[in-house]
Design a protein around this ligand. Structure first.
Ligand SMILES: Cc1cc2nc3c(=O)[nH]c(=O)nc-3n(C[C@H](O)[C@H](O)[C@H](O)COP(=O)(O)OP(=O)(O)OC[C@H]3O[C@@H](n4cnc5c(N)ncnc54)[C@H](O)[C@@H]3O)c2cc1C
Length: 420
């Protein structure tokens, strides 16, 4: 047990982007003793890139230099604009929108970002091969963590950053809660990273004259490509709406040329299909990943001295490009509150304030992302692939997300903390 005048012991479960940003953020507080536990043999990120828009970058600025610098060191590329184009049907070739942001979104390779985030973290606070299997109240307000290898740790506060398939959500909500499991969102996607020269050769030079993200909307699906790694690599993504059932245990399926061609066979007037399929197949291990989200809202993000951040709290589809950004906002609020907590007895008010401020916004993004995906894939009700209707439906769809005052968000959290 930590006496009232000792450093606060904070345990983070999960070494993905949410956990890595949080450990970085908390290291700056001398009154906090933070440790991070990852179930995998090493801290690593799979998958291609994440795009961090204005709200995410502003939240990184609020957290501090060490995390914002990590983004730059990881070779994040600012995108001058995001261009959406209809790519199937009678309106094929017409531009839906060309969004130019005052703070350009930055695309970053996940593995590179994680590596840079973890570079300044002392080895003695990073623990790998530590799978959390049980949490119990310690009897003094704190918690005891039980790991698969038989070891135990005490913490004044446990933060679950253990992703969509982690354990902490179950501890908070209970094993039978209807919001516990993520729901299959009705889409799959596949992704490939390849050198810029190859993407230019197949798609054409004109798409790479400036750093722009391209989105191609068609019949029940979409393609996306953007540039990362200091402009040397290109990420290609295909997303598809599907009526098929995916078993909750089935995260991915093998994908070959035939399956990919069949998925986009209904697109008409569309040269982009052939070229994107060509690029996607450059990945010899191409797989379709099911998209899951927490469609049923959790009634709380905390229970006692245990709370959750990132995908553990609010897994979402990628159509707002916002999952990591919402994790960054979670971290910004939580670290602001924990910076104010000087003794364990204040932690309850801090996690309550965190929940009050973060849950409504993050859950709104989860719901909005799913319906945005339907629209981008040509399946918006009364929208379809009509370019004018797509323009009306998508043009301002990201405003609530990106034009968000992070300083005010922090102030609200602090007000709530002081009143709790
Ligand atoms: C295709 C796709 C595109 C996306 N694009 C964007 C984008 O452009 N912009 C954006 O902001 N977001 C995007 N996202 C979302 C973003 O990638 C996620 O929201 C973010 O990476 C989640 O990070 P996390 O740390 O919360 O979870 P995770 O990355 O899942 O990390 C959880 C970690 O916890 C560990 N763990 C799990 N269980 C345990 C346990 N019991 N004990 C110990 N450790 C455990 C895991 O091994 C893992 O390392 C996208 C997602 C997808 C799928």
């Amino acid at each position: 047990m930590a006496p009232e005048n000792k450093r606060l012991r904070i345990a983070i479960i999960g070494g993905g982007l949410a956990g890595a940003i949080l450990v970085n953020a908390l290291m700056k507080y001398p009154h906090i003793d933070v440790h991070i536990y990852e179930s995998a043999p090493k801290f690593s990120e799979r998958g291609a890139a994440v795009g961090l828009a204005k709200n995410s970058q502003n939240a990184l600025d609020e957290i501090g230099h060490s995390v914002k610098d990590a983004l730059v060191r990881a070779g994040a590329v600012p995108m001058n604009s995001t261009r959406g184009t209809v790519a199937s049907g009678p309106n094929a070739g017409q531009i839906i929108f060309d969004l130019v942001a005052d703070v350009p979104p930055r695309g970053v390779h996940r593995a590179a970002f994680l590596k840079q985030l973890l570079a300044p973290v002392p080895k003695e606070v990073m623990h790998n091969n530590k799978k959390l299997v049980k949490v119990e109240d310690a009897g003094d307000g704190g918690v005891v963590l039980f790991f698969k290898d038989g070891s135990e740790e005490y913490a004044d506060l446990l933060v679950g950053a253990d992703g969509v398939h982690g354990h902490v959500r179950e501890h908070i909500l209970g094993a039978d809660h209807p919001a516990l499991e993520p729901t299959f969102a009705g889409f799959w996607d596949c992704r490939t990273l390849l050198p810029l020269s190859k993407a230019k050769e197949v798609l054409g030079e004109e798409y790479f004259k400036e750093h722009r993200r391209y989105i191609w909307s068609g019949d029940g699906g979409m393609f996306m490509h953007d540039v990362l790694d200091n402009g040397t690599m290109v990420q290609c993504v295909a997303s598809k709406v599907t009526d098929e059932d995916w078993d909750p245990k089935e995260w991915k399926r093998d994908l070959d040329r035939e399956a990919l061609e069949n998925a986009f066979a209904s697109w008409t007037n569309s040269p982009i299909v052939k070229n994107m399929i060509e690029l996607l197949l450059q990945n010899p291990e191409l797989q379709a990943f099911a998209q899951w989200d927490h469609h049923v809202d959790a009634p709380t993000f905390h229970r006692g001295r245990v709370c959750m951040v990132g995908d553990a709290a609010h897994a979402m589809t990628p159509y707002h490009g916002a999952g990591a950004g919402q994790a960054i906002e979670d971290v910004m609020i939580l670290e602001t509150l924990l910076g104010e907590v000087k003794k364990p007895s204040q932690l309850d008010a801090a996690v309550k304030a965190y929940d009050e401020v973060r849950r409504p916004r993050a859950q709104l993004v989860v719901q909005s992302s799913n319906s945005t995906g339907r629209i981008m894939c040509g399946q918006g009700p009364d929208v379809g692939l009509d370019v004018d209707k797509l323009r009306a439906a998508l043009g301002s769809r990201w405003d609530f997300l990106h034009e968000f005052n992070q300083k005010e968000h922090k102030k609200r959290a602090l007000r709530s903390f002081r009143k709790n």
